[in-house]
Structures are given as C-alpha cells and as structure tokens.
Design a protein around this ligand. Structure first.
Ligand code: 13P
Ligand code: SF4
Length: 336
C-alpha cells in the first residue's frame, strides 16, 4: 500500500529502488530470503560476510533482510548506523538460549568439576546479543559456520575446555573434523572427559536431513555429490562429500561441471536458486526456515516508506552494556 494505492510487484520494486536512493539506504539479504526480497539486495552473503559488509558500508541506513541476530550484530559492530529490519524475525536456534540458560549451563559444568576459569566459551553467531555479551565477559568469542573450525582451534590453544553454544551439531561436527572429544550437556555427558562441551541447541530446519535421504540419492544417482551445512546432524555431515557455510556451498557448486548432480542439505530458497538442472533438495520435506521466510517484498517496501515518512518502528536497538561486551566477543572473532 502507498497511501490508499495498492502496488503490484513491479511497482513495489521500482518504489523500493527510488526510496533507497533518496535516503541512502543499503539493503542486505541473507541467502535464505525469498527470491523477491533477495533480488532487491545490494549485498548478499553468509552470516560472516554480511556482518563484515554491513559493518564497512558507508550509508547511514541499513535494511537487513534476515533474522534478528544478524541485524543485532551489525548494530553492535556499527552503533552509529541506523539498522532496520523489515521483520524482526528470530532464528529458532538463537531462541533456544538466553542469558539465564547460558549461566545455568556454566553452573552445571562447575558442579561436574570443571572450574569456570578452565572454560573458554564460544558462541555461534546465531545467538542473542545478551548471550554474546556473557561469552565476551568470560573471555570468549563468536564464530560463524564458515570459521567455526579455525576459531575453535585458536580457542583450544588456551589449554581450556570449549563450551560451545547454542548449536550442538556444529560443535560436534567440528570436534569430529578435528578428532576431538565432544559431549552435549544433558545427554550422557562427562564434561571432564570432553574437549568441546556443547549446549543442547539445534536448528529445526537442518535437523530435518537424514542419512536415509543421502542413501536414497546415492542409490538413485550413483556419483551424485552430497553437500550439507554444518548445522546438519553429525552422521549426515560425515556421510556428505562437502560440508560448508552457505557461501562455501555456493562456491563449491559453482566450481563443479554443470552435468554433475548434487543434492544439497540446507534451506530451500538457497537450493532452489543454485542452478536449474541436476540439483536436488536433500529431503522429501521442504526445508523452509519459517523466520527467514517471514520477510516479504511489501515488508521491505513498508520499511522504506517508514524512513520516508519518519515513522520508523522496526529499528534494532541494543542495550549499551550488552553491546559493549558482545562487540568484544565479535571483535575477537575478527582478530582471527
Ligand atoms: P551461514 O552463516 O552459513 O549463512 O548460516 C546461517 C544460518 O542461519 C544457517 O542456518
Ligand atoms: Fe536459524 Fe535454522 Fe533458520 Fe538458520 S535455518 S536462521 S539456524 S532457524
């Protein structure tokens, strides 16, 4: 709607372009966004690339089409920037942990005989600013799916045990890659025996992929390449030909010959956009991220209208002290 006028898709797109230029707005979109939103972005990327691009962008306004923790990370890294989200949709995994749960898990470790000073926390970027801040206060840092192995490797050099939150799958996948011992709090876990102690969180979308899906495709198309995101269960990643972040998956597939068949275990919008032929979704259930899909072209347009009319309501705000500590945890990742 513009006043009382209903706009069709093309009109919405040209209005978005006009308003964006008028107010010096940069639009960024994660790969899991709907096609119509994704097409309007100045930049797209995985979580790490988007945090870097958005931080270094010079426009005063930034509209982040993604999920809450992504917009929050940009605001923390560039507090002077006005960061808006068309929908402040919260990643289901990030919602599995908050500050009280985080502190409770540190306490559980202490009760199991692991001293607080012997724990180095690392949080996946898919977590709230509050959790990042608590991790920062304990000397820890943030990682993303594209650098988790490197960050954990660095962390282990401290001689401490890693408390990895909130994604147990990513933590276990890195442990397997590095030949280390891991366990999940609440699941037959002796923290004294593990190098990486994982919080019991997961992604409801990537949890869907199963080894039986891999077996199905390997049987149907011998020679097919199985490509998965490290948020998938360890047994799925272990049975894959390639495991990587969203941008690493895109790069890997681009470098393959066109006739090479691939089955990809990650969010539907990305897989659907990859290439027209020889590409399959690694699941019989459509793996859609409900929160990533919340943002529509109309929402993006309405966010620009709100800037134009000075009636902004979906701006990201982060408490000053939380932002200070969360930034320390994020900067430690960038230092590496
Ligand atoms: P990437 O950083 O690989 O884009 O992953 C973000 C995410 O939420 C995957 O579910
Ligand atoms: Fe969060 Fe999973 Fe959606 Fe990624 S796919 S944003 S981890 S719920």
């Amino acid at each position: 709607m513009y006043g009382e006028m209903v706009l069709n898709k093309d009109e919405l797109k040209s209005e978005i372009d006009r308003l964006k230029k008028k107010h010096k707005v940069t639009i960024v979109a994660h790969f899991y966004q709907r096609d119509e939103v994704f097409e309007m972005a100045d930049y797209s990327g995985d979580s790490l690339q988007l945090a870097q691009l958005a931080r270094d962008d010079e426009n005063p306004f930034l509209i982040f089409c993604g999920v809450g923790f992504m917009g929050e990370s940009v605001k923390i890294l560039s507090p002077q920037k006005r960061v808006l989200m068309p929908k402040i949709a919260c990643c289901a995994m990030a919602r599995m942990i908050d500050k009280p749960y985080y502190l409770e898990n540190v306490e559980i470790l202490e009760k199991s005989g692991v001293k607080k000073e012997d724990i180095l926390p690392i949080t996946y970027i898919n977590s709230s600013a509050e959790v990042k801040a608590e991790v920062g206060k304990m000397g820890g840092m943030v990682c993303t799916s594209s650098n988790a192995k490197k960050i954990i490797e660095k962390g282990l050099k401290s001689g401490k045990k890693i408390l990895f939150v909130p994604d147990k799958q990513l933590g276990q996948n890195v442990a397997l890659m590095m030949g280390l011992k891991s366990c999940v709090i609440g699941e037959d876990c002796d923290p004294k025996e593990a190098d990486i102690i994982c919080y019991n969180g997961f992604c409801s979308v990537h949890q869907l992929f199963e080894v039986s899906d891999i077996e199905f495709y390997r049987k149907k198309y011998p020679g097919i390449k199985i490509i998965t995101h490290p948020e998938c269960p360890p047994e799925v990643c272990q049975a894959s030909d390639f495991v990587g972040s969203t941008s690493q998956i895109i790069k890997y597939i681009k470098e393959l010959p066109k006739e090479q068949k691939v089955a990809v275990g990650t969010e539907f919008n990305l897989v659907n956009r990859l290439r027209k032929e020889n590409t399959f979704v690694l699941s019989s259930t459509k793996p859609e991220c409900p929160t990533m899909n919340e943002t529509t072209l109309e929402d993006l347009y309405n966010t620009l209208v709100a800037i134009d009319e000075d009636k902004i309501v979906t701006e990201i705000q982060v408490d000053e002290d939380v932002a200070k500590w969360a930034k320390i945890a994020l900067d430690r990742m960038f230092e590496f």
